[in-house]
Design a protein around this ligand. Structure first.
Ligand code: HEM
Length: 460
């Protein structure tokens, strides 16, 4: 975001660093590695700039730091920005001037640098004039707790025990943190000696930092955790019935909670489900990365997932689903219905379905690919051939990480012969695709399905 000019609103957090890796300002493997880490999280709806911003919020959260409000909507710059990233050998005045141009006062600059330099450190290989050979593993940490988001960086500076290479490094010229921290007679640093002030100040400044975007970019409302989140949905056929998979993520943990999945049939005629809907119990209740994160943050309650896999007769199919959640907490409140605020969770169509059961991974000496399979329902009396294509999104390779978007036609699938009223189509796509849109023309009608990769697997 150091490319921002608060005057004309140009520059900001727009991932232009992708195009600036050759500059001395971004020297070394640090920037390139971070971009490579963020890259697989991109999709048509998540830009590199959003991934960087989210990385900031998640780094703070997973290192025991404050919760940082996150909004989406950042756009990626097509080319490099101005050469305005501060460097350690520059003067205090030039740093004050630089942060002022970005929209931060001198006091805010001091806090922002202290907050940023609570994690990590400086690499000797990339900064041989700052870090000497005594540094362990060629890395000089900013403070004694390089993986904890706390004010140790401030306290060690104030009590004179700091080994921060930008404060106490051998090279006086590159002691930029010392010049910045000591300005305004240490007053700002003294205020940050309170852990609470440090945490709150950092959260507020980081929110402003990641929301520093070029004029014209409109950020979304803050994206908060929702109580009920539906994920991993898929509908496909296997051995004479549909398999319907989904999971319900709840914010809090409760071992006594019972979650039931209900659904309604799509096709009229003989009803297989009872009047209140067919139901299924969760197959496994499991905790994921979010659990670890919550635990790290000292929360004693954390998200849990109820995972469902229901079998549905092919002549019934499914039109929508909902959940009943009973906390069994002794309050006698009974079951609460989770139905998307009354709108139900709708399965718009079952004419063209991405099939995760038949989709496979192809290992080849050259590269790994996904062999995507899509089922198209045989429509009665339909003579014209169906057409299915997919538009995929690849995050794109280093160093610029410019995404690759491509449309491929699916052909008849010779491996999967027609079954359960479906004919199968297939195409191979690169393994690093993170999302694709399926487009089909079946019986003269158009169909679309959005498919996303999560935890290595595709789902809708
Ligand atoms: C005058 C301003 C600043 C200067 C001169 C400066 C300089 C540096 C340098 C030289 C490094 C070592 C990079 C490497 O070895 O790859 C570094 C690391 C780092 N800086 Fe700054 N920095 C400044 C401000 C900030 C700000 C405002 C933040 C965030 C709010 C920040 C966050 C970080 C972090 C997290 C690292 C550790 C990276 C790692 O461990 O891989 N810095 N900084």
């Amino acid at each position: 975001m150091a490319t921002h000019d608060a005057g004309d609103k140009s520059g900001g957090l727009d991932a232009s660093v992708r195009h600036e890796l050759e500059r001395p300002q971004n020297v070394g493997i640090g920037m390139a590695n971070s971009l490579a880490d963020f890259n697989p999280f991109r999709s048509p709806s998540v830009t590199m700039a959003d991934a960087i911003a989210l990385g900031t919020a998640l780094a703070a959260a997973s290192c025991n730091g404050p919760v940082i409000r996150f909004c989406g909507g950042r756009l990626d710059a097509a080319g490099p920005g101005p050469e305005t990233v501060p460097e350690p050998e520059q003067t205090l005045d030039s740093h004050i001037e630089s942060f002022k141009r970005q929209g931060f006062t001198q006091t805010e600059m001091i806090a922002l640098v202290a907050c940023g330099h609570t994690l990590g450190g400086v690499r000797r290989e990339d900064f041989p004039l700052i870090v000497d050979t005594s540094a362990e593993n060629g890395f000089a940490n900013f403070d004694g707790t390089p993986r904890v988001f706390d004010n140790t960086v401030v306290k060690e500076y104030l009590d004179g025990t700091t080994t921060n290479p930008l404060v106490a490094g051998v090279n006086v010229t590159t002691r930029s943190d010392l010049r910045i921290f000591a300005s305004v007679q240490n007053a700002t640093m003294q205020s940050l000696a309170s852990a609470d002030t440090f945490s709150k100040t950092c959260a507020a400044l980081f929110e402003r930092m990641i929301d520093t975007v070029p004029g014209g970019v409109k950020l979304t409302d803050p994206i908060d955790l929702v109580e009920n989140k539906i994920g991993g949905a898929a509908l496909f056929t296997s051995n004479g019935s549909y398999i319907f998979r989904t999971n319900l993520r709840r914010l809090s943990e409760n071992p006594d909670r019972r979650v039931t999945l209900f659904w309604k049939e799509r096709r009229t005629g003989r009803s297989i489900c009872p009047a209140q809907g067919c139901s299924a119990q969760p197959q496994v209740v499991f905790n994921q990365a979010a659990t670890r994160l919550a635990k790290l943050r000292g929360q004693n309650s954390f998200p849990t997932y109820a995972k469902f896999e229901a079998q549905i007769p092919v002549n019934a199919s499914i039109s929508h689903f909902w959940f009943a959640v009973d906390e069994n907490d002794g309050a006698g409140s009974g079951s609460k219905i989770v139905d998307n605020g009354g709108a139900q969770y709708r399965i718009e169509q079952d004419t063209m379905l991405f099939d995760p059961g038949r989709t496979s991974i192809v290992f080849d000496t050259e590269e790994v690919r996904f062999r995507i399979v899509v089922g198209v329902r045989d429509t009665e009396g339909e003579e014209s051939a169906s057409k299915v294509s997919l538009k995929y999104f690849r995050p794109g390779p280093a160093p610029t990480f410019v995404p690759i978007v491509k449309t491929v036609e699916l052909g008849p699938d010779a491996e999967n012969t027609p079954a359960d009223g479906y004919t199968f189509y297939t195409a191979e796509i690169p393994a690093d695709v993170t999302a694709f849109d399926l487009d089909g023309v079946v019986g003269g009608q158009t169909f679309r399905q959005n498919v996303f990769k999560r935890n290595g697997a595709f789902a809708t």
